[in-house]
Design a protein around this ligand. Structure first.
Ligand code: PEP
Ligand code: MG
Length: 570
């Protein structure tokens, strides 16, 4: 059987399915502590029910459109169960009578019901057991995206099949040598997708109820280049696959020939790499990149068993630096919160994690995390040139507080004495709007286009429901980016755009037009961005900067792109 989804990280893979088990998820949910009094937990539960209903409705319509009426009917019955007061009322009752979290109430009621259905002598009722479990999984995921199906240790070469994966799960699975990933839900600009691309793990998403469709151990062929997933492929399908690509192909092309990033009219640009895992560092010389524009250190933390010490972090940073020679290196302080957290951390779980304690705000509240990382970076900074990036900087107030804390840790009294250059990630609209006040207090700025777009447009980068609204082609996003680039250039402050959106070659021309000369992209986008730079003359794109104030819709921006930016030669 072949299914069609969305390939989010290129490559192909073949292996046996490792299906992530829902019962372990419910067991983990029972242990979750309440975040507030009963009314708060009931409100959280109701929000999760509403969200699951919308999600199921979407899955059902998706299947109905593909004329899979049988499967669509299953989801119709799931929706009916969610609307059934007999199903939800016992959860609310449990919350009113004992100090439970909404997660624990769901897990208890769902596990009881599951057992009741399983013990029925009638097969039709036994089938209901799986439905109940599936709804329980959806509700728990909706309540707490950080909670996952326990400590799964897949064997090397497996294809992970799950409803969704967190970045930290993917990091752990990658270390076990998994071959590919197939999930129901994952946004193209989510950290899980970014990481899969960085690690070269083929990933296909958008397959409804995939963990209920593929049985444990079934052979699965994943073609993330086309988005096709073949369950139990026939011998000739496997032969074709072996014939046209090497097994478990990764995303960097082995025959890539490095070339300088110079536009046809002679303007030299910088194309840096975003690293998620220290093991990716050799890719910089493989691709001939100009250095590392963003080392997302949080994924290194996710692969550790405990908080790394200053010594451990230093060794990792030094190893990355040793791959670069004298090339520029930008290391970001850990950006935990929202969807990223190491498995050993217990951070406060906010109602809206993307607007909660995240990035530098979390670090300022947690000296125990900030200090060892800064000590490690300071040690490296005394040995080679280094820029340390502040994640999710919001305001000048936070910048001053951060600088003071960094100076304290490094034993100096002002920024100019820090053993590294200080860079600000510009990804919160406030920081972008305050750019002219921020610039005198930093040595570099890096525009995090994924988050800047998310926060400016109120569209979660990780939420497939609003994927089309997370659109950097909105003129307001481009105008804000233009303002940051112009201000930085006027202040002679280096400015880079990083993030997955910076790797979209359609945006490359627009960013060049707005004056950007430094791009930092993941290795999966590197070649396309380099090609775009080498085929777009600055003279040809400059007009866009003059037109931008008049453009009112993303459609008008796209029209301009269509008319003026020739696609780069293949
Ligand atoms: C961004 O937000 O664009 C960025 C580079 O940071 P991250 O993707 O790691 O959040
Ligand atoms: Mg970001």
């Amino acid at each position: 059987m072949s299914l069609s989804g969305q390939g989010l990280s290129p490559g192909t893979a073949f292996g046996q399915a490792r299906v992530i088990d829902t019962r372990a998820l419910l067991a983990a949910a029972v242990a979750v502590e309440p975040t507030g009094p009963a009314e708060v937990e009931i409100e959280r539960l109701r929000a999760a029910v509403a969200r699951a209903t919308v999600e199921l409705d979407r899955v059902q319509r998706h299947l109905a459109e593909r004329i899979d009426a049988g499967q669509a009917a299953i989801f119709h019955s799931h929706i009916a169960l969610l609307r059934d007061p007999q199903f939800i009322a016992p959860m609310e009752q449990a919350l009113r009578t004992s100090p439970l979290s909404a997660e624990a109430a769901v897990a208890r009621v769902v596990s009881d019901l599951h057992n009741q259905f399983l013990s029925q002598p009638i097969p039709l009722l036994q089938d209901k057991a799986a439905d109940v479990l599936d709804i329980g999984r959806r509700l728990v995921h909706g309540l707490r995206s950080s909670l996952r199906e326990g400590e799964v240790v897949p064997d090397a070469g497996r294809i992970i099949v799950a409803h969704s994966l967190t970045p930290s799960q993917l990091v752990r699975f990658a270390r076990q040598g998994i071959a590919g990933v197939v999930v129901e839900a994952c946004g193209p600009r989510s950290h899980t997708a970014i990481l899969a691309r960085s690690l070269g793990i083929p990933l296909v998403a958008g397959l409804p109820d995939i963990s209920g469709t593929i049985a444990e151990g079934t052979p699965v062929l994943v073609d993330a280049d086309t988005g096709r997933v073949t369950i139990d492929p026939a011998i000739d399908e496997l032969r074709d696959w072996h014939g046209e690509s090497s097994p478990n192909r990764r995303s960097v092309e082995p025959d890539f020939i490095p070339q300088p990033a110079v536009t046809p009219d002679g303007v030299t640009c910088q194309v840096l790499l975003n690293l998620s895992d220290p093991v990716e560092a050799p890719t910089v010389s493989l691709l001939g990149a100009d250095g590392v524009g963003l080392f997302r250190t949080e994924f290194y933390y996710m692969g550790c068993a405990n908080w790394p010490t200053a010594e451990e972090s230093y060794q990792v940073y030094r190893q990355v630096a040793s791959e670069l020679g004298d090339l520029p290196l930008h290391i970001r302080l850990v950006d935990f919160g929202a969807d990223k957290f190491p498995p050993y951390a217990e951070f406060p779980f906010s109602r809206n994690p993307s607007l909660g304690l995240r990035g530098i705000r979390l670090l300022l509240a947690r000296e125990d995390i900030l200090r060892p990382q800064v000590q490690a970076l300071a040690r490296l900074g005394r040995e080679r040139e280094l820029t340390v990036l502040i994640p999710m900087l919001d305001s000048l107030d936070t910048l001053h507080e951060t600088t003071r804390r960094l100076c304290q840790i490094c034993g100096c009294s002002e920024r100019s004495q820090l053993p590294f250059r200080l860079g600000a990630m510009i990804e919160v609209p406030l920081a972008a709007l305050q750019i002219r006040q921020i610039l005198p207090h930093v040595d570099a700025v890096s525009i995090g286009l994924n988050d800047l777009t998310q926060y400016l447009l109120a569209a979660d980068r990780d939420d497939t429901f609003v994927e089309r609204y997370h659109d950097a082609m909105q003129p307001a996003v481009l105008r804000l980016v233009a303002e940051v680039i112009t201000a930085a250039r006027e202040a002679f402050c280096p400015v880079t755009v990083c993030g997955e959106l910076a790797g979209d070659p359609k945006l490359t021309g627009l960013l060049l037009a707005l004056g950007l000369r430094s791009f930092s992209v993941s290795r999966a986008s590197y070649k396309a961005v380099l090609d775009a730079i080498c085929h777009l003359s600055i003279r040809g794109v400059r007009e866009f900067a003059d037109r931008l104030p008049e453009l009112a819709t993303a459609g008008e921006v796209r029209e301009w792109v269509q008319r003026n930016l020739l696609p780069p030669a293949p």
